[in-house]
Ligand binder design. Structure first.
Ligand code: SF4
Length: 681
């Protein structure tokens, strides 16, 4: 087999932790759009129409291609849908669309074998292809386990033979929520279980000399998804494999939440140089997904180009090195979440406190108390008081500007050092120093001192002479092209030096608000979407690794409300600070039994105040219960106008009318003591 391009050393999961370097996989042929190798990172999505609705599926596929999809996936739940793929393909070709089609298979090997003769790629889920998922806890002996693998091999072999004969590619697509009982019994609900689930099928393919494979490790939890892909790469490489990676976060939801969750998971891996194709899963029209995926991927195309330029300049000038760090990341495991240990800076930040949120209000109207509304403090002019919310920021940065009104007592104010020095009343006010200002014998706050620095400062003499005490917090900012890696390197270095100083991670962006109409592929404000995608990638990638005691997003051209909700959204997606209800809603497909978008909005309108609760909203009972993973409650389509409600994995109300289902769900939540009434504004 071709493993020439396998570069990652065993024990590692990416080429470089300090500069952008794409992990080069083997090239796989999928129709006339190859994936992997040096091909661009491909964009794809999945139809939501009924596969038997030929015209509807063809027209939706065309809209997806026009929006930028390079592959179109269509569900084939049974043989009749698999057969209809031929008609869909014929009509697409007749209209001049040569886009490769992918059949999505769950539970039905016979449908897979039909589809593999028609389309360019089939996707199988190893959790339910000839294996079972009944939430049974069975203990397998080694012999029984091996026997099961042999049984699966017999059932899987015919599909592999068809793929070989017809030149069809295959995605082995593991989902966190649908691991088989067999895998669960041995590895549990873990990234390792996900990896092993795929590796078993990959080894079978290699045993049959079939290498036209693409692999995915999806989860609705970006943390689990990131760990699983990284572990997959390490495991593949250790076994001499380098198959292309299909990246995606499942059931990411809609709107801002869906974009942030997707960017945290997919963006983190792209930063690591991993990924050959991207599917962003939103509970929206499928053509809304491609522009988001394109924007996530475009950054790395630009980065590769810029890196080439940079290397050219460096070679010419011989004095430009990308980073000065000699990394030793061994203390930090990229396969499990462990928050970096820091001290608690006088109960303000760090230690076991949830990550703090900072916003800059220095350029806002500081004569109007309502300016704080967008930072989560709702001002009531009648009562002249503020109401805090779940998404109230912890710190406001005011630079050298003094507000002409009294700020709420629990909101901390940050001033530039020289301005802070001159404040007559320093209650709730804290200084932000430059590194040079902080060293030496200067006046400091007895409670909290922030020092603003760049990652490379850690190697400076000034940093070496910094006074360490528990009032010190660092604000780490970068404007480097591969800034996430530069900031991550700083954390590795801090670990090496044994420094447990809390760190606020800061990034700045210059996006402007632009209405959706100005950019037809966008369903949301373009500038706001870019902020959500980029900040979620840059900051989320650090938070999923346990780095960062606070985040500070600067985007002077965008409303503070957008910055605030993006910051809290990133913390929620990385599960480092929960401030709202989490919706695990599927993107819908040809199996869907109700209008996912309308239903999600309806459920959200009545439950969005239930902070910390996870509600799964799934279009079908075939995959829904498994795919909604660790949801506390589930609302799952089980027939026309029929809904089955779940408490965790247990179906508690089966096949009830969709007209009453939301009321029934709320009654279950109330009965469990998990309901609170919404606060009226
Ligand atoms: S859970 Fe949703 S996306 Fe998944 S198969 Fe069912 S309807 Fe399709």
């Amino acid at each position: 087999m071709n493993t020439d391009a396998v570069k990652v050393l065993p024990g590692r999961y990416c080429n470089s932790l300090t500069e952008y370097s794409r992990f080069i996989t083997r090239e796989v042929n999928i129709g006339d759009v190859p994936m992997g190798g040096n091909n661009p990172i491909r964009i794809q999505s999945m139809t939501t129409t009924d596969t038997m609705d030929t015209i509807g599926t063809v027209e939706q596929s065309i809209r997806m291609v026009d929006a930028g999809c390079e592959y179109v996936r269509i569900t084939a739940p049974s043989i009749k849908e698999a057969q209809n793929l031929a008609e869909i393909k014929k009509q697409l070709r007749a209209r001049g669309y040569t886009v490769p089609l992918v059949a999505d298979i769950h539970f039905t090997p016979n449908a897979a074998e039909v589809a593999a003769r028609i389309v360019e790629k089939v996707r199988v889920n190893p959790g339910n292809y000839a294996d079972k998922k009944k939430f049974d806890q069975i203990d397998y002996t080694d012999l029984e386990y091996q026997g099961e693998l042999e049984r699966i091999f017999q059932k899987f072999t015919p599909l592999v033979k068809v793929c070989k004969e017809y030149g069809t590619a295959m995605r082995i697509g593991t989902n966190h929520g649908s691991l088989s009982d067999r895998i669960m019994s041995r590895y549990g609900d873990t990234p390792q279980g996900m990896v092993e689930s795929a590796m078993e099928f990959m080894r079978m393919c290699e045993q049959l000399n079939f290498y036209n494979l693409v692999i995915s490790m999806k989860s609705s939890n970006p943390q689990v998804m990131v760990q699983a892909y990284r572990l997959l790469v390490e495991t593949m490489v250790a076994e001499g494999m380098n198959y292309p990676l299909h990246l995606g976060v499942t059931e990411a939801g809609d709107g801002e939440d869906g974009r942030i969750k997707s960017a945290v998971g997919i963006g983190t891996l792209l930063e690591d140089g991993l990924g050959d194709t991207v599917r962003v899963s939103l509970t929206e029209e499928p053509e809304a997904e491609a522009p988001v995926a394109i924007e996530l991927v475009r950054r790395y195309t630009m980065r590769e180009k810029a890196k080439g330029e940079r290397q050219k300049v460096a070679a010419e000038e011989k004095n430009l090195s990308p980073l000065t760090f000699d990394l030793s990341p061994s203390k930090h495991s990229p396969y499990e979440y462990k928050k970096r240990e820091t001290y608690e800076a006088n109960a303000f930040i760090g230690g076991h406190l949830v990550p703090r949120v900072v916003v800059d209000l220095s350029k806002k109207n500081l004569k109007d108390p309502a300016v704080l509304n967008e930072a989560g403090y709702l001002y009531s002019p009648l009562l002249d008081k503020y109401n805090m919310a779940e998404q109230s920021v912890d710190f406001v940065y005011l630079a050298n500007e003094l507000p002409s009104f009294t700020l709420p007592g629990n909101l901390k104010q940050l001033y530039n050092y020289n301005t802070w020095l001159k404040l007559a009343d320093k209650t709730n006010c804290h200084p932000v120093f430059t590194l040079q200002e902080y060293i030496g014998d200067v006046d400091r706050s007895s409670k909290l001192n922030l020092v603003h620095l760049k990652p490379a400062d850690i190697d400076s003499e000034d940093f070496g002479s910094i006074q360490l005490d528990k009032s010190l917090v660092l604000v780490l900012e970068t404007d480097a092209l591969h800034g996430m890696a530069e900031q991550r390197s700083f954390f590795f270095k801090m670990e090496e030096l044994g420094l447990d100083v809390p760190v606020i991670v800061k990034r700045s962006y210059l996006f402007e608000s632009e209405s959706a109409e100005a950019h037809s592929p966008w369903t949301m404000d373009h500038g706001q979407t870019l902020l959500q995608l980029y900040a979620s990638t840059d900051l989320g990638a650090l938070l999923v690794d346990g780095f960062g005691d606070g985040i500070w997003i600067d985007a002077p051209e965008l409303p503070t409300s957008v910055i605030t909700s993006t910051a809290f959204g990133i913390l929620q997606a990385t599960r480092s600070r929960i401030s709202k209800t989490e919706y695990i809603s599927c993107p819908s497909c040809g199996r869907t039994l109700f209008d996912l978008m309308v239903t999600t909005q309806m459920i959200r309108s009545r439950t969005s105040h239930l902070k910390g609760l996870k509600i799964g909203i799934m279009g079908c009972i075939v995959n829904g219960p498994g795919e909604m993973a660790d949801a506390d409650y589930g609302y799952v389509g089980s027939g026309t106008d029929k809904i089955t409600l779940y408490r965790g994995k247990e179906a508690v109300k089966k096949n009830i009318s969709s007209a009453n289902a939301l009321d029934e769900l709320i009654n279950i939540i109330k009965g469990d003591g998990n309901w609170i009434d919404a606060v009226q504004d």
